[in-house]
Design a binder for this molecule. Structure first.
Ligand SMILES: [Zn+2]
Length: 266
């Protein structure tokens, strides 16, 4: 199964569980499952779906539920759900940590087939701080190159999200806007204006810049995104040169990127 976004739940003092079911289509049959859970005093905190491979008649659902009010053993819940018409392959997992449940009972979360690393900010920050302390501003070159390679890969995957007809810049903003917040990369991005060959993007809470803020680098620090934009746009045949003209690490309230068309196709 391929999760679109990893989900974690932590509710101190509650008993949470992850429930997986497969259900005969149509999807509205899910209503019976939700009614059965509700009548047992179980609330659904989150839900995602997948298509079981090789079975076009079924849809898989994965839920994180709060069973605190249920009071009985998971086996009874499995039996109750399995008795519903069209429901098969009911499984329940408990994490073993009080109050914690994840929508990733087996293996790693993935996104469009690629493994997703979910990193608490303390880990992300520690990596960035260690690299900055040991490499100084050379870190910015490393981040730029890493961003560029990632942007090129994102351009290859663009067709999964976007109409091929969409212009590259429009695709870029849409992808950053939709995927940025759930992946923890940025809070929001706005296309401010296009003036001749120059477009400006405003980016709020960019992870790299936030991570480096404590070290007061007094320089623009959004080099991963700068490289990402260049790699993405070049791969789609509209090369741009990107400058971070405003940055929270220069004292601005948000970061701003200027994209300048280079017109060089290579
Ligand atoms: Zn910045």
């Amino acid at each position: 199964m391929d999760f679109e976004i990893p989900f974690f739940f932590y509710h101190q003092g509650r008993r949470l569980a992850t429930v997986s079911i497969e259900l005969m289509r149509p999807v509205r049959n899910l209503g019976r499952v939700l009614d059965a859970l509700e009548s047992s005093g179980i609330s659904v905190l989150g839900l995602t779906s997948w298509l079981p491979s090789g079975d076009s008649e079924c849809v898989g659902f994965l839920m994180v539920v709060d069973t605190t009010g249920h009071g009985s053993d998971p086996g009874e819940l499995v039996r109750k759900l399995s008795e519903l018409p069209g429901v098969t392959n009911v499984r329940i997992w408990r994490s073993g940590i009080d109050g914690f449940a994840a929508m990733t009972p087996n293996g790693f979360p993935t996104f469009i087939g690629e493994r997703v690393y979910v990193m608490p900010s303390v880990v992300f920050k520690s990596i960035y701080h260690a690299l900055y302390r040991s490499h100084g501003k050379t870190l910015f070159v490393i981040l730029y190159l890493a961003g560029k390679a990632t942007g090129e890969r994102a351009a290859e995957l663009r067709s999964l999200f976007m109409d091929q007809e969409a212009e590259p810049l429009e695709s870029l903003v849409a992808i950053l806007k939709v995927l940025g917040p759930p992946l923890g990369v940025l809070r929001d991005v706005e296309r401010l204006e296009t003036n001749g060959d120059v477009t400006r993007l405003m980016v709020e809470d960019l992870a790299d810049c936030v991570a480096l803020r404590e070290l007061s680098p007094r320089a623009p620090t959004g080099h991963f995104l700068r490289g990402f934009i260049e790699g993405f746009m070049r791969s789609l045949g509209e090369p741009v040169e990107v400058f971070e003209t405003e940055c929270i690490n220069l004292g601005h309230p948000s970061c701003e990127f200027e994209l300048k068309r280079t017109g060089v196709h290579s």
